[in-house]
Write a protein that binds this ligand. Structure first.
Ligand code: TYD
Ligand code: MG
Length: 459
């Protein structure tokens, strides 16, 4: 079809097109946003709508069947849950994450299980065959069905997939893939997008599932998997602190399942192992009888997870009070400090305040507000939060504690882990139905003041 491939430069911010590259986009004035793209000149006439035949005729929705997609179970319950119940045939999954977080490791472990029943083609553009073999031996992977190929030319890769017709393809990583027609270097936005398109066309046409690894670079110097999110069926992110052993796998897009689920893993000497009881792991090593710490319960999909939140409030040495937050939204923390100051009379303006969520967990649920506020007030006033107390609830701008969803599940998880007192929104009490025989004392609170008062009664 294409008789000539033409290169143009398109601004990734405003869409300005030009035949020439500019450092500064003439359209929007942003720097370094012009990316190379190819345009295929189509020969011949564009078919008229009358002559064009539809590839799929419209059918009534009542006649469309929803037979379950065929799925491959990966052998890891955590990964299967995040995927929505295994890898769907013909799907394209993007696995993103910082370098060294464990993407290659988890995929090799998937090969170890699926290699028993499926033919897998593992394409690596990053490591040599020897390095891959070393990792595989370390992880105990030794399957005759696992084929390893070190290649960076995406067309050769696509041809290989077409001739080999494996049951599963793994590309490690998309940043190393190279499409020769483009002059930009591997890893650039255009390269990454075009290579993914080629892989998508190949795997969709053959109904082969394909897992693509993508590195995320914080400063965005290398094109991250962000540009691919709309092309692929599912986007999983591997998160966690490299210094720590926990890893959290999160789905940010999933055409075949929920995006709320997370999987928790632990990196050990023999690769990643599943953590079936994340709350227990996240709460291990908790300091006792100290101020500035409070346990919250957050819902990650269908699972309640307990997390320790620490707050530190100190006198500010400089004119401007410092605020820092790890694992909790910075703006939300500022809002909570403002509410505490205006509505409850805790003056933070001349104090530095720090919030840290233990275990590298990222909390983005408003239900964790109360625990953050309690941790901060506890540190400021030196009030010890007893170790068997847990708090959850959303804080409104008038200092009220608002109802949250899944209250019963949260309380049940807290009781399961040995918490005996739960400070929660008073508005949740009316509809709260707990399982029989739960040994936990529930304290319903309407305002932050109530919550702090409830704490003082406890200690
Ligand atoms: P890797 O999967 O190579 O990361 P990525 O592909 O995301 O870049 O993981 C690399 C890290 O994992 C490395 O720091 C070593 C560590 N690791 C273990 O701790 N145990 C193991 O069994 C393996 C295979 C790796
Ligand atoms: Mg790797």
């Amino acid at each position: 079809m294409a008789d000539k491939i033409k290169t143009i430069y398109v601004c990734s911010e405003c869409g300005y097109e030009s035949a020439k590259w500019f450092g500064k986009c003439p359209g929007c004035g942003d720097w370094n946003t012009m990316a190379e793209e190819i345009r295929e000149a189509v020969r011949g006439k564009i078919p008229s709508p009358v002559r064009a035949k539809p590839t799929s005729a419209p059918v009534p929705i009542t006649e469309i069947t929803t037979d379950d997609e065929e799925r491959y179970y990966t052998g890891s319950k955590e990964l299967d849950r995040v995927l929505g119940g295994g890898i769907v045939r013909g799907s394209l999954v993007l696995l993103g994450g910082d370098p060294g977080i464990g993407k290659s490791t988890i995929l090799m472990q998937v090969c170890s299980h699926l290699g028993k029943i499926l033919k897998i083609l593992y394409i690596s553009g990053e490591e040599s065959k020897r390095q891959i073999k070393l990792r595989a031996s370390r992880l105990g992977v030794n399957s005759e069905n696992l084929f390893v190929m070190t290649e960076t030319d995406v067309e050769i890769v696509a041809n290989q997939i077409q001739t080999e017709k494996p049951d599963l393809v793994i590309i490690d990583s998309i940043q190393t893939m190279n499409f020769k027609e483009l002059s930009s270097s591997p890893g650039s936005v255009t390269q990454v997008r075009e290579c993914t398109n080629i892989l998508m066309r190949t795997s969709k046409s053959l109904d082969i599932p394909c897992i693509i690894v993508g590195h995320v670079n914080k400063d965005g110097a290398i094109a991250g998997p962000k540009v691919l999110e709309h092309i692929v069926d599912a986007v999983l992110y591997f998160e966690g602190d490299k210094q720590m052993s926990y890893r959290i796998l999160r789905a940010v897009k999933n055409r075949y399942g929920s995006t709320n689920e997370i999987g928790v893993f632990q990196m050990g000497d023999n690769g990643l192992s599943e953590v079936e009881n994340p709350s227990l792991m996240l709460l291990s090593g908790r300091p006792k009888n100290v101020s500035g710490t409070c346990v919250a319960c957050t819902m990650e999909g269908s699972r309640p997870i307990l997390a320790e939140i620490q707050g530190l409030v100190t006198n500010s040495g400089y004119g401007n009070a410092r605020r820092m937050s790890t694992g909790f939204d910075y703006n939300r923390m500022s809002m909570l400090l403002a509410v505490l100051e205006k509505r409850c009379g805790y003056y933070f303006s001349s104090l530095d305040a720090y919030v840290n969520v233990i275990g590298g967990l990222r909390l983005d649920e408003p239900a964790t507000d109360l625990a953050v506020a309690i941790a901060l007030v506890s540190s400021m006033k030196d009030i010890v939060v007893p170790e068997d107390v847990l708090a959850f609830g959303e804080i409104g701008l008038t200092g009220e504690i608002r109802a949250v969803n899944h209250a019963a599940q949260r309380v049940t998880e807290a009781a399961r882990l040995g918490f005996t007192k739960c400070i929660m929104p008073w508005y949740n009490l009316k509809t709260l139905t707990l399982p029989e025989g739960l040994d936990i004392n529930i304290i319903g609170v309407r305002t932050i003041r109530d919550a702090v008062a409830a704490l003082s009664q406890q200690s």
